[in-house]
Write a protein that binds this ligand. Structure first.
Ligand SMILES: NC(=O)c1ccc[n+]([C@@H]2O[C@H](COP(=O)([O-])OP(=O)(O)OC[C@H]3O[C@@H](n4cnc5c(N)ncnc54)[C@H](O)[C@@H]3O)[C@@H](O)[C@H]2O)c1
Length: 361
């Protein structure tokens, strides 16, 4: 089978699941090389996953066997590194967020389009079995026209589990830029683009104490709001309430609920590919499980990269598109801006709703 060469840039915490899936699970991709500022990390991942080359970024950009750079660095490096890769003629799929502000995100999309390159961005959990099933339920009209919904992500932060959690509290981190993309990409897959919003935010603490290893006992400054609430109006007419928070000790809120003229849908955690999809039709009094009729029910991160590789081989637009991710960045930035400027924000950007997945990639 013909494959597309991938160069993985950034060999930290999340690189394991990508490398594991891209070297063993997904077709159409071959991981040619890895790269990290910390060469020991890159060497360790190359050895663990049987990857032939450990390269510097310059070497990766000059390597003709690499068609897609997979950018797994931390958020503030996404824009400069993705830009550099695009300018060197590489297609790029990056971890979220695409950039830290909409101006930069839109610039990346324009560069890719001008150069005829593909740009894609995580999260790709909407390729998952539950999310494709939910899309089918909505497209079939089972809940009618979607009127409203809720999308909630609340926890107490990352300093008790991530080995180097400082980036979660730097500009570009915070609950909206970290977890918002999961809610937003999944909502965008189901409902299409948004067109305006109100936001409000606050910060629980000015400092966080790391309790995970190896930095246990280190204090980190909090540069960003850590609790953000918003009301997002979608172009379809749906109004969605959203909360993204690192300031909740515990929660019993659902992940995502959608309410339509003919029924309600209760959806699983958008950080995952699988989970229960529950439907309550008008006239019923209880949730009923929807049978999951799609592949990819477990952690299949990398699906978006495989989809991009398929587009390079056979044509088409990657479902986890740069334009959709840029729209997510505009929404996330605007949730903050709305409260900073005490106003409703009309959104400028839009995107084409990703095509439903037909079977396996
Ligand atoms: N950790 C998770 O569970 C998780 C889950 C989903 C998504 N993500 C996203 O994945 C991205 C990476 O997260 P992580 O947890 O792996 O972070 P991490 O800090 O563990 O790893 C990032 C790696 O990128 C490398 N790096 C940074 N700048 C670089 C550069 N200029 N050139 C080469 N290498 C560079 C660092 O040395 C580090 O090894 C983030 O955007 C995060 O939001 C993480």
């Amino acid at each position: 089978m013909k494959t597309i060469g991938i160069g993985v840039l950034g060999c930290g915490n999340i690189s394991d699941i990508y490398l594991s899936n891209l070297t063993s699970f997904f077709p159409y991709v071959t991981v040619e090389a890895v790269c990290d500022l910390d060469e020991t990390k890159a060497r360790a991942q190359a050895e663990k996953y049987g990857i032939g080359k450990v390269l510097t970024l310059e070497e990766m950009l000059a390597d003709e066997s690499i068609r897609i750079v997979l950018n797994l660095t931390t958020p503030k490096s996404h824009y400069p590194l993705t830009k550099r890769c695009l300018e060197a003629g590489k297609n790029v799929h990056t971890e979220k967020p695409l950039a830290l502000n909409y101006r930069d995100a839109a610039e990346l999309c324009s560069i890719a389009e001008e150069k005829g390159l593909l740009l894609g961005c995580a999260p790709d959990t909407f390729f998952g079995a539950s999310w494709q099933t939910a899309r089918e339920v909505i497209d079939r009209g089972d809940i009618g026209r979607v009127i409203s919904g809720e999308a909630f992500f609340l926890n107490s932060g990352a300093e008790d589990w991530h080995p180097s959690p400082a980036f979660y509290y730097e500009k570009g981190g915070g609950p909206v830029f970290d977890m918002g993309p999961y809610n937003l990409h999944n909502l965008f897959n189901l409902l299409g683009p948004a067109d305006g919003l109100f936001g409000m935010h606050t910060k629980g603490r000015e400092e966080r104490l790391i309790t995970s290893q190896p930095l246990c006992g280190t204090k980190i400054p909090v540069e960003v709001p850590t609790h953000v609430s918003g009301l997002i109006h979608f172009a379809s007419g749906a109004v969605i309430s959203i909360i993204e928070s690192f300031d909740a000790v515990m929660t019993s809120l659902p992940h995502i609920e959608l309410h339509g003229t003919e029924g309600s849908l209760l959806l699983p955690d958008p950080n995952y590919f699988g989970g229960d999809v529950l439907l309550c039709k008008k006239g019923d009094t209880q949730w009923k499980p929807v049978s999951i009729g799609h592949p990819y029910g477990s952690n299949q991160r990398g699906a978006g990269v495989c989809d991009m590789a398929k587009c390079l081989l056979f044509g088409g637009t990657p479902r986890a598109s740069g334009r959709m991710a840029a729209h997510a960045v505009e929404v996330m930035e605007s949730l903050h801006l709305s409260w900073d400027e005490k106003r409703f924000v009309s959104l400028q950007s839009t995107f084409s709703q990703p095509a439903p997945l037909q079977g396996e990639l």
